[in-house]
Write a protein that binds this ligand. Structure first.
Ligand SMILES: [Zn+2]
Length: 339
């Protein structure tokens, strides 16, 4: 990571007690505004000494449950009840969030494939660098709230590193269970999903606790996923020692911890066409079971491609749009870990 300072400027103090809200200024000189800045909202809640948690959403701009949960949190949380500090950054990739897109309309940047960023890079690279070089050094715990976005729908779940991962794994599992989602998972093999270029990957590599979520998706806000996120965020703040133990809301049952491994866990489109799923989210499936068809309406008499699952597991994620291209992810499974 660069040793140069971030060019972004936060209007709020990070070290003063109380509730502070304002903007992180990302100066962006363009035709319409020569000396203007992109205003990325930030809220800092601090009360005395204690741990720091970063609550973030809008890393991908079309994932809305986290953005709503954090808006409600900053309007309802009494700063006098906390011990330590909460930094809330609800529209992290602000241009993407305002456009309702996964990636930035300014530079095409996918913030969660951009860490640790570049202080002199594109807008998205500068945002990543601000988070990595200014926010991350202050924190003990990260909760980065994602969902399936426009193209995917998830069983509402949380995720973290494996407990045997040297980088903060054991603590992460404790926080994952505290989050109290009915189902959570551990990504255990690279699947083109980001690795150390993600914020979770960066924070975990520093030995800090990094929790992510996949709250739903389809470019909408799912009430059951939102409620689960709001409970989970509060429970993580309790687990961190920032909120009192009396604020903890237990889950209906212990969290079922699944694993998402390599290629076998995924089903991809082999040919462009129209995707017909034949299973639903949350279904338990077995190796060889029919997952769906790809149809060819431009050649209605052509037989559909039959797609099968490559292993046993729970259907954790499915593609939403019907039209699909070769290489699109249609499903991924989670398999039981016994953790
Ligand atoms: Zn995301």
């Amino acid at each position: 990571m660069s040793s140069r300072p971030s060019r972004l400027r936060a209007e709020v103090p990070f070290d003063q007690d109380g509730r502070h809200h304002g903007f992180v200024r990302l100066y962006h000189s363009v035709h319409e505004s020569a000396y203007g800045f992109i205003p990325i909202p930030i809220v800092v809640l601090k009360n005395g000494e204690g741990p720091t948690t970063l609550l973030m959403s809008g890393n991908h701009g079309d994932e809305y449950e986290g953005q709503v949960a954090l808006c409600r949190l900053v309007q309802t949380l009494d700063v006098a009840r906390i011990k330590g500090r909460i930094i809330v950054f609800p529209t992290a990739n602000f241009p993407a969030a305002m456009a309702g897109k996964r990636t930035s309309p300014i530079d095409g940047g996918n913030l969660n494939r951009t860490f640790p960023g570049d202080p002199d890079g594109t807008v998205t690279q500068q945002i990543a660098y601000f988070i990595a070089s200014v926010l991350v050094p202050m924190i003990d715990v990260l909760v980065d709230l994602h969902s399936g976005g426009s193209s995917l729908m998830y069983v509402p779940s949380a995720l973290s590193r494996r407990p045997d991962d040297a980088a903060g794994g054991a603590n992460a599992l404790r926080f994952l269970k505290a989050f109290a989602a009915p189902v959570s998972y551990l990504p255990t093999a690279s699947q083109g999903t980001g690795d150390e270029r993600t914020l979770n990957g960066l924070v975990a590599s520093l030995g800090k606790v990094a929790i992510g979520t996949e709250l739903g998706g389809s470019g909408t806000v799912t009430p059951v996923a939102l409620r689960m996120a709001e409970r989970g965020i509060r429970n993580v703040l309790v687990e961190a020692g920032i909120l009192p133990e009396s604020d903890r809301v237990p889950g209906e049952a212990p969290t079922r911890i699944l694993e998402v491994g390599g290629n076998d866990w995924f089903v991809y489109t082999p040919e462009p066409g129209v995707f017909e799923p034949v299973v639903e989210l949350g279904d338990m499936v077995t190796k060889g079971q029919l997952a769906g068809h790809i149809w060819y309406p431009e050649t209605p008499w052509r037989a559909p491609e039959k797609l099968h699952f490559l292993r046993d597991g729970m259907v954790l994620c499915k593609r939403i749009p019907g039209r699909t291209l070769r290489g699109d992810c249609l499903f991924h499974l989670g398999s039981d870990t016994g953790l």
